[in-house]
Design a protein around this ligand. Structure first.
Ligand code: SF4
Length: 265
């Protein structure tokens, strides 16, 4: 898919966040070239409706200077980095806007909670190292490469993400695995969930937060398209019984590997 990149100026860098544990949300990019089929960011933000998700990304080129001004006048707190789109999507290699924000936040004594699906976060180990008020969540909802290459075509492999978690922990960075989204009929089988937890254990993961797939119309239609699920039998929303089953399997597998488990809903 051809990627259109736009450099834009933002009026504000961070916004107040209602997400648990976060005071502010900081998203250096609009759109996301990881192009996950299940991503509901387009449903929520209405960004470039009618264009394929992942084909347009805006880089907030002035976000570091905007954040500097906001930090100078406002209270500091916990900044969630990547609450809507991935802060370590491929463009970050060149533009370094996420890195710039993190350097600033650390220097100002703020806290951060980063969520990504990319091992590019390892580039910023020098910033994260020794930053006590920083944590990094890495998302892996399935470790089956055949499945992830279809539903997460632009993201690094699950193996690379798990290695990133391992390396971050080795450098003393607080981490967790975001086991999300667990999609009914796609990644919620007993075998796949057991593989996910054992792979996490092998990577030294001590804490897993899991989340169900939040079904939204555009994301659901896109996911059904890539799964060639003409009847829509896959990728429906979760039933209560399915959620309970996922919770039960994950709790059993995490218990067996002494991994702490939480759900994010
Ligand atoms: S990495 Fe996150 S924001 Fe990016 S496409 Fe995938 S789910 Fe959406």
């Amino acid at each position: 898919m051809r990627l259109e990149v736009r450099l834009v100026e933002c009026k504000t860098a961070a916004s107040r966040s209602g997400l648990p544990g976060l005071d502010f949300a900081l998203n250096p990019y609009r759109g996301c070239a990881h192009a996950c089929a299940y991503c509901y960011a387009q449903d929520v933000t209405r960004f470039e409706m009618g264009r394929p998700w992942g084909s347009v990304v805006e880089v907030k080129s002035n976000i570091v200077s905007a954040l500097r001004k906001e930090l100078a006048r406002g209270p500091k707190g916990v900044y969630g980095v990547g609450t809507v789109t991935d802060p370590y999507q491929p463009l970050e290699r060149k533009h370094e806007v996420t890195r710039g924000c993190l350097v600033l936040l650390k220097g100002e004594g703020a806290s951060t909670s980063i969520l990504t699906k990319s091992d590019l976060v390892l580039r910023d180990l020098d910033v994260l190292h020794g930053w006590k008020e920083a944590e990094v969540g890495v998302s892996v909802g399935c470790v089956d490469d055949r499945t992830t290459s279809v539903i997460e075509p632009g993201a690094p492999s699950p193996e690379r993400r798990l290695k990133a978690l391992s390396e971050l922990s080795e450098h003393g960075v607080q981490t967790y695995l975001m086991a999300a989204p667990i999609i009914p009929g796609v990644s919620d089988s007993e075998d796949l969930l057991a593989d996910l937890v054992s792979s996490a254990h092998a990577a030294g993961v001590r804490r897993i937060i899991w989340d169900k797939w939040n079904t939204k119309p555009i994301a659901a239609s896109r996911l059904r398209g890539v799964l060639r699920d003409a009847h829509g039998s896959l990728a429906q929303g979760h039933t209560v019984a399915q959620k309970e089953s996922i919770q039960r399997i994950l709790a059993r597998e995490c218990g067996a590997h002494s991994i702490e488990l939480e759900s994010s809903f």
